[in-house]
Each structure stands twice: as structure tokens, then as C-alpha cells.
Design a protein around this ligand. Structure first.
Ligand SMILES: *[C@@H]1O[C@H](CO)[C@@H](O)[C@H](O)[C@H]1NC(C)=O
Ligand SMILES: *[C@@H]1O[C@H](CO)[C@@H](O)[C@H](O)[C@H]1NC(C)=O
Ligand SMILES: *[C@@H]1O[C@H](CO)[C@@H](O)[C@H](O)[C@H]1NC(C)=O
Ligand SMILES: *[C@@H]1O[C@H](CO)[C@@H](O)[C@H](O)[C@H]1NC(C)=O
Ligand SMILES: *[C@@H]1O[C@H](CO)[C@@H](O)[C@H](O)[C@H]1NC(C)=O
Ligand SMILES: *[C@@H]1O[C@H](CO)[C@@H](O)[C@H](O)[C@H]1NC(C)=O
Ligand SMILES: *[C@@H]1O[C@H](CO)[C@@H](O)[C@H](O)[C@H]1NC(C)=O
Length: 493
């Protein structure tokens, strides 16, 4: 009895202790979590903004390109990371331009690991010497040699199948390329399709196609009274249903080797009723924000929004660019409101909301830096405008997955400034030395052709660059689970 009562006593005190500790755990866990989250947020702000540390050790050379090791660190694909890490050799020199190739090599690897070693050595050799070790690189490409080599390969072998449509179909006007010269804000979409249809990448034979193009035009459907904005989702769903009934290709991969191209941001919500398009297909879109759920960085690709201009742009030397920075646009976002608030009466940073008293082109030609500031979306045609007029773009649009970022080193021809740093804008711009500015501006002129559409596409122009982005994404789309297994095994060898 004594025993059992002391047992009971013990038991109840254990029980009480348990309750006590439960109570303290009950409060401790959420408190700890809250604290960790708080630290994490501070850390994030510290990493992304110069706002709190500017006065201590702000280093403007951060803007300028580093030797291309950095590329690997910022390498843009999960696949890329995976492959790069699994390379048994000098991984720092393996560039993503060979990644799709490496994937093929690894997946098709039936031979011994020695071959793999040879490949890696070969690649290391090929890459050697292509990059300088100076602090300020002149190079606009992450790896030019690699790009040029892979581009050549793409030009030879890339094949795209386009679902056929005829002129007498009810939606022909949105499915066939336009028969006029595309213009305006969303021209990129029409230009791409027009260029593609007359290019040598087209194949009539689906069995040799790397990718399948869904030719619907979001911007044309948007203006079609039978569809309009409200009917886009049903249209896309119906289109996918129709091709998946009529052809075997969609079902084969659930759409992963399919792509569409759209520049208007409405395209994103147009996929709401066709989730396979959103989650599997390659979306080549202008509104490419990491922050939005409709866009999946690395699977999808950023399409540059370009207001088309033909012919050669005027040349203005940097010395004749008297104004420090320029922006014009509507106030349609908190970021722009902030910009206006801070810089509206500034003598060096000129911001205009409303009608410009001077021609837009004069402003772009007369300014050192041209601001691209997030509006409704991260993208606008302003980056293309700035580049055309030889003005160094300053990108103030957090989470923008910049066009061609896996080919071009944006830090060599633009500044990317976090929204939080708007009050520091002038200091940031003044910190760029004149030598650095000369490098940046020279590089703007170098990348100009990549941001230009041509009625007859020319090598390395916007059309070819977009094609190249698709090429980079092609083979990662054809994985079956078996191939993944093979890949794993090979990388362990
Ligand atoms: C890239 O990452 C490696 C190791 O992860 C590091 O040693 C190197 O300094 C990084 N390079 C840059 C430019 O950040
Ligand atoms: C790896 O690359 C670095 C510099 O890029 C070089 O110093 C080193 O020798 C290379 N290692 C091998 C195993 O090739
Ligand atoms: C890379 O280049 C350096 C000199 O630029 C040379 O000494 C080295 O042998 C080269 N490495 C390979 C793998 O070609
Ligand atoms: C790509 O192919 C087209 C058509 O065959 C050709 O005109 C163009 O010069 C090629 N580009 C390169 C870089 O080889
Ligand atoms: C799909 O096919 C049906 C029946 O042929 C047709 O009525 C419909 O317009 C098609 N949908 C699209 C988006 O073309
Ligand atoms: C594709 O899959 C859908 C749904 O499972 C099916 O209805 C359709 O018949 C399939 N298409 C072909 C060409 O087999
Ligand atoms: C900016 O200038 C306008 C008129 O030129 C003046 O009314 C306004 O107070 C000024 N704002 C600031 C913040 O200096």
C-alpha cells in the first residue's frame, strides 16, 4: 500500500512535471520559431540590400563582373546544380552551357567511367584560358566560347514542331503568325512566332522534334471578342484538350516538351485551367518574376519585352550624357511611388510621372543611367529602350528573372538595385567610377543585338537568343525515372 501510494505520488509528480514541461515547451517552441524567423528576415535583408551597411563597406565593384566562377554559383538551374555537383572533376569550370550536353552524355553513357573522365578533362581544357582573372571583366557572356560552341550545335540540330493550323479555322488569326510587322509593347510574342515559322528550326516531322510549339497568341486572343480576357482560360484548356485527343505528343510527356510564348502578363492567369501547361510546359513569358506562382524559374524562360525599332540607333558618347539618371512612367506601384517620393525634385535624378516635355529618345540619349522601375509587373519595355539608346539600365524590380540571364552576365552591363535601396540611389550611381561606367556602357552596346527583333532574324538577335534558351531546356524535359537512376549511378563512378 505504502509502496503503491508513493508510486502514485511519484507518478503524479512526474505527471505534474510533464505538464510543466509541456507548458514551457508549448510557449518555447513558437517563441523560438518566431525568433529564428526574425533572424532569418534580418539576414535576408542584410543579404539583399545595402541599406543598413552602405556607410560602412559599400563596394561598388560588386556591380562589375567577377571572373566567371561566380556563374557556377549563380547557375540558374536545379539540374545544373545537380550536374555540376556530381561532376567528379574540376567542377568550377563546368559551365551550364554544357549541362544539357552533359545530361545527354551521362544518360547515354553506356561505356565506362573513364569516358566520363575524359569528357570532363576535355571540357576543362576547352574552357581554360577563355576567362580572365582580372577583377573587372569586360566580358558580357558568362562563358563566351562555350556559348558560341553550343549555339553552333543548336543551330545545326534543334528542331521544333508546330501544331498545324489552316487559314480557314475560326481562330486562325491567333494561331498563325501575323502577316504584318509586329509593333508596340507586346511585339515580342508576335515577332517570335513570325520568326520561328520561317526559320530552319521548324520540322514537319514530329518524330525528330526536340520541342513542340503551342502557337496560340495570348495578345491576339485577348482582343478577340469571342474569347477576350474572361475566356482565355477556357480557350487554353480546350486547345490542350484538342491537341491531346488528336496527337499523341502531349500525353507522351504531359506537356514537358511543349512550350508557348506570351508577353502580356495576362498569359499567366490564362493557364489556370490548364495546370499541366503551367507546371510542365516551358512558359516563355515577359512577366518572369520569381515571386509569382505562375512562373517557375529555370523550367520557364524570360522573354525580353522589347519595343521594336528598326535600323541603327544613334550613338552618343558617355561624355555627352549629362544627366545622371532618368525615369518616365505612370505611378502604378508602391515602388514607383517610393521613387517619386524620394527623387521628385532632384537635380541629377530626373523622374517624370505624366507627360514628358522632351522626346523620350532625347532623355535616353542624354542620360548615363536609365531606370527600369517595377510597375504592375517586374517587366517593362524600358530595359530594351535603354539598351537601344546606349543608356546603362538600372533595374529596380525585385525578383525579376532577367532575360537571357543564363547566357549574359547582367552585372557587366546593368546595375540591379533592390527596392529598399531607392533612397541610396544617388550614392550608388555616384560610386560607379568613370572607368566602370565606360565598361558598363561599352557592354550595353555589345549586348544590344541580343535585344533586337529583326524581320529576318539574324544570328544572336532576340529570336536566336530565345531559341537558345529553349535549347538549353530541351533535354532536361525528356527524363524518365530510369534515366534519373542511371544519372545517379554514373555520377558516383
Ligand atoms: C563560388 O562558390 C565557391 C564554393 O562554393 C566559393 O569558393 C567561391 O568563392 C564562390 N565564388 C564566387 C564568385 O562567389
Ligand atoms: C581546377 O581549376 C583550377 C582553376 O580554374 C586549377 O587551378 C586547377 O588546377 C584545376 N584542377 C584540376 C584537377 O583540373
Ligand atoms: C590552362 O592555362 C594555363 C595558362 O594559361 C596553363 O598553364 C595550363 O596548363 C592550362 N591547363 C589546361 C588544362 O589546359
Ligand atoms: C545558323 O543557321 C543559319 C541557317 O542555316 C545560318 O544562316 C547561320 O549563319 C547559322 N549561324 C551560325 C552561328 O552558324
Ligand atoms: C476544340 O475542338 C472543338 C471541336 O472541334 C472546337 O469546337 C473548339 O473550338 C476547339 N478549341 C480550340 C481552342 O480550338
Ligand atoms: C490522351 O489522354 C487523354 C486523357 O487521358 C485521352 O482522353 C486521350 O485519348 C489521349 N490521347 C491520345 C491521342 O491517346
Ligand atoms: C518639389 O517642387 C514642388 C514645386 O516645384 C514643390 O511644391 C514641392 O514642395 C517640392 N517637394 C519637395 C519634397 O521638395
Amino acid at each position: 500500500m505504502v509502496r503503491s501510494s508513493s508510486f502514485l505520488h511519484n507518478f503524479s509528480s512526474i505527471h505534474r512535471n510533464l505538464i510543466d514541461s509541456f507548458n514551457s515547451v508549448f510557449f518555447l517552441v513558437p517563441l523560438t520559431l518566431a525568433f529564428i524567423t526574425y533572424l532569418y528576415i534580418l539576414f535576408y535583408i542584410y543579404l539583399t540590400s545595402k541599406y543598413f551597411i552602405f556607410t560602412h563597406h559599400y563596394n561598388p565593384t560588386n556591380f562589375l563582373p567577377k571572373p566567371s566562377n561566380q556563374f557556377v554559383n549563380t547557375s540558374s538551374s536545379l539540374f545544373h546544380h545537380q550536374i555540376i555537383q556530381s561532376q567528379p572533376h574540376n567542377s568550377s569550370v563546368v559551365s551550364s552551357f554544357h549541362v544539357s550536353e552533359s545530361i545527354q552524355k551521362f544518360t547515354s553513357l553506356t561505356s565506362s567511367s573513364k569516358d566520363g573522365e575524359d569528357h570532363a578533362l576535355q571540357e576543362a581544357k576547352e574552357l581554360n584560358g577563355s576567362k580572365g582573372n582580372s577583377v573587372v571583366s569586360e566580358e558580357v557572356f558568362h562563358d563566351k566560347d562555350m556559348f558560341l560552341e553550343d549555339y553552333k550545335e543548336m543551330n545545326k540540330s534543334f528542331k521544333i514542331y508546330v501544331y498545324p493550323h489552316s487559314k480557314d479555322e475560326p481562330y486562325a488569326h491567333a494561331l498563325l503568325p501575323v502577316d504584318f510587322e509586329p509593333s508596340g509593347n507586346y511585339a515580342s510574342e508576335s515577332y517570335f512566332k513570325k520568326s520561328l515559322m520561317q526559320s530552319h528550326f521548324i520540322t514537319k516531322d514530329p518524330s525528330e522534334a526536340n520541342l513542340f510549339f503551342l502557337p496560340f497568341s495570348i495578345s491576339r486572343l485577348r482582343h478577340d471578342p469571342r474569347v477576350s480576357v474572361g475566356g482565355l482560360q477556357d480557350f487554353v484548356r480546350s486547345y490542350i484538350y484538342n491537341i491531346s485527343q488528336k496527337y499523341p505528343y502531349w500525353n507522351r510527356t504531359s506537356g514537358t516538351d511543349h512550350f508557348y510564348v506570351a508577353c502580356h502578363s495576362i498569359g499567366r492567369s490564362a493557364m489556370e485551367k490548364a495546370e499541366e501547361v503551367k507546371f510542365n510546359a516551358i512558359q516563355v513569358v515577359c512577366s518572369s518574376s520569381y515571386f509569382l506562382s505562375g512562373y517557375i524559374a529555370h523550367k520557364d524562360a524570360s522573354l525580353p519585352q522589347i519595343w521594336p525599332r528598326q535600323g541603327d540607333p544613334p550613338q552618343v558618347a558617355s561624355i555627352d550624357r549629362k544627366k545622371l539618371a532618368f525615369f518616365a512612367g505612370a505611378i502604378n506601384s508602391p515602388v514607383r511611388t517610393k521613387l517619386l517620393e524620394v527623387w521628385k525634385n532632384d537635380s541629377e535624378i530626373s523622374v517624370h510621372f505624366g507627360r514628358l516635355p522632351t522626346p523620350y529618345s532625347d532623355e535616353l540619349l542624354g542620360s548615363k543611367f536609365c531606370l527600369h522601375v517595377k510597375g504592375f509587373e517586374v517587366n517593362t519595355a524600358r530595359i530594351g529602350d535603354a539598351i537601344y539608346y546606349g543608356c546603362v539600365p538600372v533595374i529596380i524590380a525585385n525578383h525579376y528573372d532577367l532575360p537571357f540571364a543564363d547566357i549574359l552576365d547582367w552585372k557587366s552591363f546593368s546595375l540591379v538595385v533592390p527596392t529598399l535601396d531607392i533612397p541610396l540611389l544617388k550614392e550608388i550611381l555616384h560610386e560607379v567610377s568613370s572607368d566602370e561606367y565606360t565598361t558598363l556602357q561599352g557592354n550595353v552596346l555589345k549586348v544590344r543585338r541580343h535585344f533586337q527583333w529583326n524581320l529576318l532574324p539574324t544570328n544572336y538577335d532576340a529570336f536566336y537568343m530565345v531559341i537558345y534558351e529553349l535549347w538549353l531546356r530541351r533535354s532536361s524535359m525528356r527524363f524518365s525515372s530510369n534515366e534519373f537512376l542511371d544519372l545517379d549511378q554514373n555520377s558516383k563512378l
